[in-house]
Ligand binder design. Structure first.
Ligand SMILES: Nc1nc2c(c(=O)[nH]1)N[C@H]1C(S)=C(S)[C@@H](COP(=O)(O)OP(=O)(O)OC[C@H]3O[C@@H](n4cnc5c(=O)[nH]c(N)nc54)[C@H](O)[C@@H]3O)O[C@H]1N2
Ligand SMILES: Nc1nc2c(c(=O)[nH]1)N[C@H]1C(S)=C(S)[C@@H](COP(=O)(O)OP(=O)(O)OC[C@H]3O[C@@H](n4cnc5c(=O)[nH]c(N)nc54)[C@H](O)[C@@H]3O)O[C@H]1N2
Ligand SMILES: [Mo]
Length: 711
């Protein structure tokens, strides 16, 4: 008997209980996690869950979100059958229908839109879930529409674009071998618990940490050797000031720059504009702290970094700020070397596992060649050039105006319209559609606008392929059958591919055939992966010699790390800057009326976006929407703990509780998103977008605060 079996025996009160422990993965948060989940199953019910011992991702641990999986699975508002809307959009009146009826109606309506307005008039959208995305993208393309898009129009992709612009590919941190870790907008204690564990281990090994955050966070407290606290969205100016100190003192890697960097002279000239005389005014950071940061960088041999792909790009100037930060790696030669930022091999759905698969060919294989530019492509030309998919932030505008062509139908998996800035505009756009299908686990506010709602299932009710770093992978099996008539998203897509009779034999053959196609060069088959209880070895991780990539030439136009973008330079008609220029983040609203900066979305450990607020245990940890403000600002406004306040912007108002805290700097108001009763995004401007990436400015809008006299 193995230790694991012995342990399980001890836990379960005997084989006669009929309890089986079955394995799945937690799909509540990012694909970068997907922790192993052990489900205790009795009579077809999951009665308890825990982290899987020996799983390469979490080895027995789970976070507060993962521990909610049982409540999530059995949430009262799970959708059990396909539904057809019988009331007004948004009203929530539906009748149950059969899968056959649902598929028939979807087939008829999507084909009608295609016939009347062209296949591009149907947009295919995915919310935060990512596991089915290669299938959805291929589905859209096989249908003939260029309009595949997702929540990644507001998450991660802007950071990926910055990396592609600078280095051709995403650079990844090598925390295990660095001696300085630059954690810029880095708070894994709340957003990535296993990352926090690794950071604490690195700290114990003697790795130094430079932490840059607008708030005083657990990372600032537990990790930072130097802590910088800039004002929201001023990161680009701060990075340039650090670069200026390093360059003027000659603390840069001249050889690396001469051989492998493009645009250094112009960049060095540009960053001279950020100096002792203006940096505190621009960012709030005293110049002495900038020098401390530069000293720490200069005294470290191997610097690696994590610059968050959410809060940094969540500003009107976010893409350029992000480039400014990663430029620090290039000028100090901390790129393509052990312990520094290293290119790694992308494997599958945003995760770098170190070995290649045929994902790209699968996703793009049926892309229509002569289709018009995707939604948002004209407005955000760099996005279009680098990503070629719909910039979903532009969807409400195009639905409203029909320019440059009409979008009449949306087929969505897990759409959360509240994710859009000024989400009222997005809901109004949904009203205008001829046809809207949403697939979700729950009857959400967005699903209530759909003509047909399809019931999806959780990771515990389905099987899916999942690779992990280290050259391992698994194909999970359902631990219970889907509740009610719910189905796995990928089965829905494959069923519909058959109903629509798409010219795509692979999609029609089903999910497992698609996965087998994507993994065909591995030594294992899907059937073998399904047999495994834990992820098994499937490939060797590719290792690179130091400087191998830069010597060979990066996948940028110049083959070098580009401080000045040759792509942008070649397109003056875009009106974008080739250097990572800095512009202030805030909108043009009247500063006297709106003297504070509103930021929304910093993560809380026990919730994720709209998902866990409906789970009673998690909700009880933070039941009410509450804004954080500095102790000083609260004192000046006469506010104390749990007073009610009104936060106002030019768009509107939200009413919430207030929490005075020393973690907040003066002038900043922080509201967590995801509470539908005090919706942070309802007071943002839908056109306050980054012209480079199209990303919304969730984290920098002028606002006012007053005590709520209505209570
Ligand atoms: N103000 C503000 N807004 C933000 C952010 C912020 O920081 N501040 N962050 C942005 C970022 S980074 C992100 S990633 C987005 C989050 O993007 P959202 O799309 O808002 O994320 P969720 O609400 O988690 O999930 C969307 C829907 O998917 C459903 N769902 C879950 N699993 C499945 C499944 O397997 N299949 C199907 N069909 N549906 C499923 C959920 O029930 C939910 O209704 O929000 C963005 N919005
Ligand atoms: N528990 C939990 N975990 C999650 C999520 C969740 O909702 N809940 N969401 C997942 C998703 S979709 C994403 S994208 C990631 C995001 O992961 P993170 O980016 O780590 O999460 P945040 O808390 O949004 O931001 C990190 C830090 O950036 C700081 N910050 C905010 N604005 C600025 C700024 O302008 N400049 C600087 N320098 N710092 C700033 C915040 O104060 C915060 O401490 O988390 C993932 N993990
Ligand atoms: Mo995200």
């Amino acid at each position: 008997m193995t230790n694991e079996e012995r342990r399980l025996r001890a836990k379960i009160p005997g084989a006669d209980t009929g309890i089986q422990v079955k394995r799945s993965i937690c799909d509540i948060c990012s694909p970068g996690m997907h922790c192993g989940l052990s489900c205790y199953v009795k009579d077809g019910q999951v009665i308890k869950i825990e982290g899987t011992d020996g799983h390469p991702q979490n080895d027995g641990k789970l976070c507060t979100k993962g521990l909610a999986n049982r409540q999530y699975l059995y949430r009262k508002d799970r959708i059990m059958t396909p539904l057809r809307r019988v009331g007004e959009r948004g009203e929530g009146k539906f009748e149950p229908i059969s899968w056959d009826e649902a598929y028939a109606e979807i087939t008829e309506k999507l084909n009608a839109a295609k016939a009347q307005y062209g296949p591009e008039s149907v947009a295919f959208y995915s919310g935060y879930s990512k596991w089915y995305r290669p299938m959805l993208r291929r589905f859209a393309y096989s249908f003939g529409s260029p309009n595949y898009g997702s929540e990644s129009s507001s998450c991660y992709t802007a950071a990926f674009m910055a990396w592609k612009t600078a280095a051709g590919d995403q650079g990844a941190a090598d925390m295990a071998n660095c001696d300085l870790f630059l954690g810029w907008a880095y708070n894994p204690f709340y957003s990535n618990y296993m990352g926090a564990k690794r950071a604490m281990e690195a700290k114990a090994r003697g790795v130094k940490f430079l932490i840059v955050d607008t708030r005083y966070t657990p990372a600032a407290e537990k990790l930072a050797d130097v802590f910088l606290q800039p004002r929201s969205g001023t990161d680009g100016a701060l990075a340039h000031a650090i670069a200026n100190v390093l360059i003027s003192r000659g603390q840069i890697d001249k050889e690396f720059i001469a051989n492998y960097v493009y645009g250094f002279e112009e960049y060095a000239e540009y960053v001279k504009g950020f100096h002792a005389g203006n940096i505190e005014e621009l960012t709030g950071v005293p110049y002495a702290d900038v020098v401390k940061a530069a000293d720490l960088i200069a005294s470290s041999e191997r610097m690696s970094s994590y610059e968050s792909s959410a809060p940094i790009p969540h500003h009107k100037n976010g893409f350029q700020n992000y480039r400014a930060i990663i430029s620090l790696l290039a000028i100090t030669g901390n790129f393509d070397r052990p312990g520094c930022q290293s290119p790694v091999v992308h494997t599958y759905i945003h995760v770098e596992c170190g070995f290649p698969l045929h994902e790209e060919e699968f996703q793009y294989g049926t892309k229509p060649q002569d289709a018009p530019v995707p939604v948002g492509g004209d407005r955000f030309p760099l996005w279009n050039h680098l990503e070629g998919e719909m910039q979903a932030m532009d969807l409400p505008r195009q639905i409203e105006t029909g320019e440059p062509y009409p979008v009449k139908a949306v087929f969505a998996l897990g759409m959360n319209a509240r994710m859009w800035p000024d989400d009222g505009r997005m809901f109004a756009a949904l009203q205008k559609l001829d046809f809207f299908v949403d697939t979700d686990l729950f009857l959400t506010d967005t699903a209530k606008y759909a003509d047909i709602v399809l019931p999806a299932c959780t990771s515990m009710e389905r099987g899916e392929f999942k690779p992990y770093p280290g050259g391992v992978a698994i194909y999970t099996n359902p631990v219970i059958p889907p509740l009610g008539e719910a189905k796995s998203d990928v089965d829905i897509l494959c069923d519909l591919a058959n109903r629509l009779d798409l010219d795509d034999g692979l999609l029609k053959a089903g999910y497992e055939a698609c996965v087998q196609n994507i993994i065909r060069d591995l030594d294992v088959t899907t059937a073998e992966l399904k047999q495994a209880d834990l992820p098994i070895k499937v490939a060797e991780v590719e290792r690179f010699e130091p400087l191998e990539h830069v010597k060979k030439g990066l996948r940028t136009p110049t083959g070098r790390f580009e401080l000045k973008s040759a792509i942008i330079e070649a397109h003056p008609e875009w009106g974008l800057d080739a250097l990572p220029t800095y512009t202030p983040p805030l909108d043009a609203a009247d500063e006297r009326k709106y003297p504070f900066t509103f930021t929304s979305g910093s993560r809380i450990p026990h919730a994720i976006h709209s998902r866990l607020h409906g789970c009673p245990n998690n909700r009880s940890l933070r039941p009410d929407p509450t804004a954080d403000m500095s102790v000083e600002d609260c004192a000046a406004l006469g506010l104390k703990e749990r007073d009610r306040i009104v936060i106002s912007t030019e768009r509107g108002e939200v009413r919430v509780f207030v929490h005075p805290t020393p973690a907040m700097p003066q002038g900043l108001v922080n509201l967590y998103h995801g509470y539908s009763e005090a919706d942070a995004n309802s007071i943002l401007d839908s056109d306050h977008l980054d012209p480079y990436s199209g990303f919304p400015a969730y984290r920098s809008t002028r606002c006012g605060v007053r005590k709520d006299d209505a209570v």
